[in-house]
Write a protein that binds this ligand. Structure first.
Ligand code: 5GP
Length: 137
């Protein structure tokens, strides 16, 4: 059994949140520390830790909700696009260990940038691609 997180308490209405959408399997609410106004979190009601242990049905339900509400998030703040971002495990910045996706509205490309990109070595890439293929179960 997964330990309770703050998101379980939001699902149970024990902690207040600005809920924007709910269905049988998912909940969406505003992030308490938004990257930009309208920054929304989409979570499954089922307590799943992250991508490494999520079942298909849970992921599908969450992705459907992301698709359903993304245009509303975008239009509510007059944005032109969204980031759909998700962190899995502490090394990747996951703080709340209940699967969630961030929908972050974007108004322009020059607003800000995550993703410090690096140069690409052909040989390294080929070796990594080979390891990934070999690790797929
Ligand atoms: P992570 O870093 O795990 O991907 O993101 C967790 C997110 O949850 C953060 O962006 C954080 O601001 C948000 N968050 C943490 N606690 C609460 C809370 O109690 N209420 C709401 N609405 N958001 C929260």
């Amino acid at each position: 059994e997964m330990e309770d997180t703050i998101f379980s308490k939001i699902i149970r209405r024990e902690v207040p949140a600005d809920i924007v959408y709910e269905d049988d399997d998912t909940l969406a609410f505003l992030d308490i520390k938004p990257v930009a106004p309208g920054h929304t979190l989409v979570i499954p009601k089922k307590p799943v830790r992250n991508i490494f242990d999520a079942d298909d049905a849970t992921l599908i339900a969450v992705m459907r909700t992301i698709q359903k509400i993304s245009p509303a998030v975008r239009d509510a703040v007059g944005a032109h696009g969204v980031h759909i971002n998700s962190n899995h495990e502490a090394a990747a910045g996951q703080i709340v260990f209940h699967l969630h996706f961030h929908i972050v509205p974007r108004h322009s490309r020059s607003e800000f940038s995550f993703w410090p990109q690096k140069d690409f070595s052909r040989d390294d890439a080929a070796a990594i691609a080979e390891k990934i293929r070999a690790n797929i179960k």
